[in-house]
Every structure is written in C-alpha cells, then in structure tokens.
Design a binder for this molecule. Structure first.
Ligand SMILES: Cc1ncc(COP(=O)(O)O)c(C=O)c1O
Length: 364
C-alpha cells in the first residue's frame, strides 16, 4: 500500500472520504449556491449568447495584462462600480484566485493581517504566502479582534482585516462593528462577498449595502459570480490605487488567462435581471426564511441554513434518505466544518410545497 492509499484508508475509516458524484439532475436542488435559481433560466442564456456573438473575439486569449482585456470585462467592471459605489474594479478568474491575489499581494513586509478563523480556504491558503505577520481571530468576534490589535507589541506598517459578508457554512453575517474597528485603526478591510452579493442588502448588493456603509478608500469588496450571479468568476472592487497595485503585483491576475468572456457576459445579464427584479427577489427570500423559522425555529439571515448533526455518518445517511424522496441537500463533514452539518440552501426556485417537505423531514 503506498502513502496515498494509506492516507485514503484513514480518511475513509472516519467517514470523511470525499468524491465528486453525478447526482441525478431531476433531484430538487437544495445543495448548491445557485441562490436565485438563475442557472436554469434559458432566457438569460439566450440573451448572453446573442451579445457574445456580436463580439469579434469570444475567448479571452491571454492575460488581461497582455491583450486579453475585453470590452465585456470592462463593461461589467463599470457596472459593478456604479452599483456598489466603488472607485474601480477588476474581474478575476475565480473567487479562489481573487483571495490569493488580495492576500498574497497586499500584505507586505512589516504589515499584519487579521483574518477570521472561518475565512474561506483560499484566503487561508494565501496566508502561507505572505511576507508579513498573520493573526487569526475568533469567528465573528469583534472583541477578540479589538483585543488582538490593541495588544500588538509593535506598530505595523499597515493593518489589514479579512472577513466574509455571509459565512459559507454558518450562513451568519459579519457584524457592522468590523467596519468601525477598521476605521479606528486605519486598517484596510477586505470583505469576501461570495455568499452575500445578490442575497442581502437593500439593493441585494451584499454586506456594505446591508449596513448602509458607503465605500471608502480602505474598503475592498471581493465578490464571486458562481453563486447568486449564476455564472463563474469573480471581481474585486476598491480604490484606484489598490486596483492598480493588484494589476502590478497580484500574480493570479497577471499570470493567468483573463476571465472567460462567456461567464462575464452571463454574469452581466444576470446582474441586470437581478437588479430589475430585486423587489420580487427580496420578497421571495423573506418568504423562504419565514418557512424555515416556522418549521425549524432557525433565524436564517441569508439563504444558507445549517443544521448541526455532529455525526459524519449520520449526515450522509440523512442526505441519502432525502435523495430517495427526490431532494438534494449538502452533507458537510470535517474538516470543512468542526461538527458535521446538513447544509440546506433555501433557493428561490424551490416550490413552497417542496421546501416544506424538506424542513418537515429535518425537524424530526
Ligand atoms: C467565501 C468564499 N470565498 C471564495 C470562494 C471561492 O470562489 P470560487 O468558487 O469562485 O473560486 C468560495 C467558494 O466557492 C467561498 O465560499
């Protein structure tokens, strides 16, 4: 038995073996991050295809820093900046690449990064690449962060704080006080809005919008396109100088092919749709949250509903039972979470009667 086989055996014995599965497409999907159910809307696909057909090039061809930057990227960046009130934006191949870009390039020698312990794996991986110091603070704990900043024994060049708007496993929202702490300590605040853009806020724009925070020069918003925006890719919004610095220093932006033109064009179409129907979408979000409150007594703040089970085998058994009834939920085990959970996504394309079947099952 070689090393990898031995490791795999250990993983399997603790019921933690992962594998990608071809789930039946007919299952009702309460597992994915397609929050608004845009991934099946053929009209949005058709619109995007028509737009892309008008372009001279339909593949990105090279890095944006060579000649891969297209009109499609530029238009989407401008739309995001206008909506979110940020000075400048840049599209990135994926959220994973965007987090590596931000953390690896912005934290310089004599800087210090404070990062939430539940920050996404891409950000955590990037901390291994930085030249400055990295301090992990307790999840969503503003007091712990404040204590850690106040007890620094030296004055760093820069302080950077990294949080998520909505956390991917818990579905909880980062408190507003993080912004106050960042202002007080003259710190840069990075907000990963993968699960908050399109889901929370007056205009469904995410965390800054939810708290009515006007973007300032110390704010960085990272958003992904593979979730509520129904596509694939990511973007970073910030001040002119930060975006220009990323163009000059972020390796995952400089040395990677520009984001897919189709994906960016699709995200543009979907964002336009989302903004047009935001009132209706917000009502549907509130309705699904009410159903979860009524049956499970959980106050969902986003469209992610975690149900703690604490047993790796049991979550897989529960997932299998629901599959037999025609529904797919996420069975998330360690090490992704500290205790195994059923991760139910109350997507907007789920019919009320179906959502009720699943919540009733989970109640028991
Ligand atoms: C919070 C968060 N940030 C970043 C990412 C990575 O984004 P992407 O899937 O676009 O690489 C994810 C997950 O996919 C995520 O949940």
């Amino acid at each position: 038995m070689n090393y990898y086989e031995k490791e795999l055996n250990i993983i399997e014995k603790s019921n933690r073996l992962r594998n990608r599965k071809l789930f039946d497409n007919k299952l009702i999907d309460l597992a994915s991050n397609d929050y608004l159910g845009l991934s099946t809307k053929k009209s949005l696909l058709k619109k995007t295809y028509k737009k892309l057909k008008e372009e001279r090039y339909f593949s990105p061809k090279s890095s944006m820093l060579v000649n891969g930057y297209s009109n499609i990227h530029n238009k989407f960046e401008k739309k995001l900046c206008k909506l979110n009130k940020f000075e400048q934006g840049i599209v990135v191949g994926s959220g994973f690449l965007a987090n590596i870009a931000l953390i690896e390039s912005l934290i310089r020698k004599k800087d210090i990064l404070f990062i939430d312990e539940e920050y996404h794996a891409s950000g955590m991986l990037a901390t291994k690449l930085v030249q400055g110091e990295v301090v992990v603070f307790k999840h969503n704990d503003t007091e712990d962060l404040e204590n850690k900043i106040s007890s620094l024994s030296y004055t760093p060049n820069r302080i950077v704080i990294a949080i998520e708007g909505v956390y991917s496993m818990g579905g909880d929202i980062a408190p507003k006080e993080f912004n106050e702490i960042a202002s007080k300590h003259n710190a840069i605040l990075i907000v990963d809005e993968a699960h908050s853009s399109g889901v929370i806020g007056k205009n469904l724009l995410g965390w800054f919008d939810y708290y009515g925070i006007e973007p300032q020069s110390n704010h960085i918003k990272m958003g992904t396109l593979g979730k509520a925006y129904g596509s694939y890719g990511a973007y970073i919004l910030a001040s002119h100088s930060i975006i220009s610095f990323l163009e000059n220093r972020a390796k995952t932006i400089i040395y990677s092919t520009a984001p897919s033109l189709f994906d960016i064009a699709l995200a543009y179409t979907n964002l336009t749709y989302l903004q047009k129907y935001k009132k209706k979408i917000k009502k549907r979000i509130a309705k699904n949250q009410r159903i979860v409150k009524k049956y499970l007594n959980i106050d969902a703040k986003s469209l992610i509903v975690p149900i703690e089970i604490g047993d790796n085998k049991k979550v897989i058994d529960m997932q299998t039972e629901l599959i037999e009834k025609g529904y797919l939920v996420g069975a998330i085990r360690q090490p992704t979470v500290s205790k195994a959970i059923i991760r139910m996504i109350i997507k907007l394309d789920i019919k009320e009667k179906d959502l009720k079947v699943v919540v009733r099952y989970l109640k028991n």
